[in-house]
Write a protein that binds this ligand. Structure first.
Ligand SMILES: [Fe+2]
Length: 198
């Protein structure tokens, strides 16, 4: 990797922060779609981060990594880059009621989507569809009951994604399997990796 490439990537990430700062606190579907389209347009520009750059080596290459972008605006959006090892899949999870945009920068991502019905132990997940995202594709979601599960479709190549949420996503709920073919809900606080642009 040349220094020029690092500079271009830093500029690109800075431009993402500019876009998010200008977006402020989008709430309508229309405003969120506009923001999604702005970010999507950036994927093909010089400096867009690639998965190879985020290879960490050793065991770190085998786990999902979350790199926050330096805080965007007080009370506004948050953003992070995620590195997905080949074949990595998450558990079904919510986003603590926040809206979100998940954009593929490199590689592929399959998203199984669900609607949460019921409350507490009687909660079930009703499948609503599957999206297969390639480079430049984005999923946009909104709503308290939205849940999804994401998977890197490639067993050979890592994926890199940009995630933007309508606030800071510190903790959220995952649906894990229990011993009786059912599920158990857990709150988790994911580990964060190196902050970018700090
Ligand atoms: Fe997610």
């Amino acid at each position: 990797m040349k220094f020029d490439d690092v500079d271009a990537e830093t500029q690109w990430l800075g431009e993402v922060l500019n876009v998010l700062t200008q977006a402020g606190k989008p709430t309508t579907r229309e405003a969120l779609e506009h923001l999604r389209d702005q970010l999507t347009d950036m994927v093909w520009r010089e400096g867009a981060p690639r998965a190879e750059r985020f290879r960490a080596g050793a065991d770190d290459d085998l786990r999902l990594r979350r790199h926050p972008l330096a805080s965007v605006t007080a009370g506004g959006c948050s953003a992070l880059l995620m590195y997905w090892p080949p074949g990595h899949a998450t558990l079904p999870h919510d986003h603590d009621g926040l809206w979100g945009i998940e954009l593929v920068l490199d590689g592929t991502l399959a998203i199984n989507e669900y609607l949460q019905t019921g409350r507490g132990v009687s909660t079930t997940l009703a499948p609503t569809g599957v999206q297969h995202l390639g480079v430049g594709d984005a999923a946009l979601f909104k709503g308290q009951r939205y849940v999804h599960r994401c998977r890197n479709l490639s067993n050979a190549h890592p994926t890199l994604t940009l995630h933007v949420y309508g606030g800071e996503l510190r903790t959220f709920t995952v649906w894990d399997n229990d011993a009786n073919d059912g599920h158990v809900m857990r709150r988790i606080t994911p580990r964060l990796d190196r902050t970018l642009l700090s």
